[in-house]
Write a protein that binds this ligand. Structure first.
Ligand SMILES: N[C@H](CCC[C@H](N)C(=O)O)C(=O)O
Length: 257
């Protein structure tokens, strides 16, 4: 298979982007997707994303984790595909697209993409952590010994220990000054720590607000790959108008056979 692709990154969360509007991509070939994402044997990426046609929105996003399996929503990937759609000339500055968890609106200005996430109403608050779904499942836990945190080891332990085979993404949080949080994320499907996770920082912003650690309706999340901004409104128990904003850029183009 001759495959042309573009490589994108958003705060260090990186993706292989493929224009699949002609429906040529072997979507059930888990092994090929895994190999393309492999950092030694392939292009290297945290995930692979297909841009496809959709009848009622500007395009469809199909997201695969680096293990080759179709994942749930990806916030950073969602921001990258908006930049890709702009590059392909499909959209201008505003768009809507459909993904795993429904329709998203987005806007792009320079290299900054803001993406609207689905409303969140179910938040499980446990004594040591919170669990919520922001398009993907997320465990959010405050972590005290930040400097010595082994996110890879602890993430794997919680991902399998608490959530079994289906798993969850695991976020560790270090509160900084008001409304600012440092976040490290272990991603299921990649099965390691990534530089940043969009649905993850969205979950962290909401979880911190829920715990009363972020009084306003905005949070700045500092990840290994840079800063992201999440804003939202809360009415009753529902978080709505949730926007995830930050940089997303094309890194290179290429082809593989
Ligand atoms: N990196 C992604 C999250 C992918 C979620 C994926 N790991 C799964 O649970 O299927 C993001 O920016 O939101």
């Amino acid at each position: 298979m001759q495959l042309t692709f573009c490589k994108y990154q958003a705060t260090g969360n990186d993706f292989i982007m493929v224009d699949n509007r002609h429906d040529f991509f072997p979507k059930n070939d888990t092994k090929t997707i895994e190999r393309l994402c492999h950092r030694r044997f392939g292009i290297g990426a945290d995930g692979l994303i297909l841009l496809e046609t959709d009848n009622s929105t500007d395009f469809r996003m199909v997201y695969y984790n680096a293990d080759g399996r179709e994942g749930s929503m990806c916030g950073n990937g969602g921001r990258c595909i908006v930049a890709f759609a702009k590059y392909l000339g499909i959209i201008d500055t505003h768009c809507s697209f459909v993904a795993f968890d429904g329709v998203h609106r987005a806007r792009i200005s320079g290299d900054v993409v803001a993406l609207q996430m689905q409303d969140v109403s179910q938040i499980h608050v446990k004594p040591k952590y919170l669990f919520l779904d922001t398009g993907s499942p997320h465990h959010v836990q405050l972590w005290e010994d930040w400097e010595t945190l082994d996110a890879e080891k602890e993430g794997k332990r919680l991902r399998y220990g608490l959530y079994g085979e289906k798993g969850s993404n695991i976020n560790f949080v270090n509160p900084l000054e008001s409304g600012h949080f440092e976040v490290r994320t272990y991603e299921r499907g990649v099965e390691s720590e990534t530089y940043s996770c969009g649905t993850g920082v969205t979950a962290v912003a909401i979880a911190m607000h829920e715990l009363g650690r972020a009084s306003g309706s905005e949070a700045i999340l500092e990840t290994k790959g840079g800063n992201l901004r999440v804003c939202f409104t809360k009415e009753g128990a529902v978080y709505s108008d949730i926007w995830l904003e930050g940089p997303a850029e094309q890194v290179f183009k290429g082809s593989v056979s």
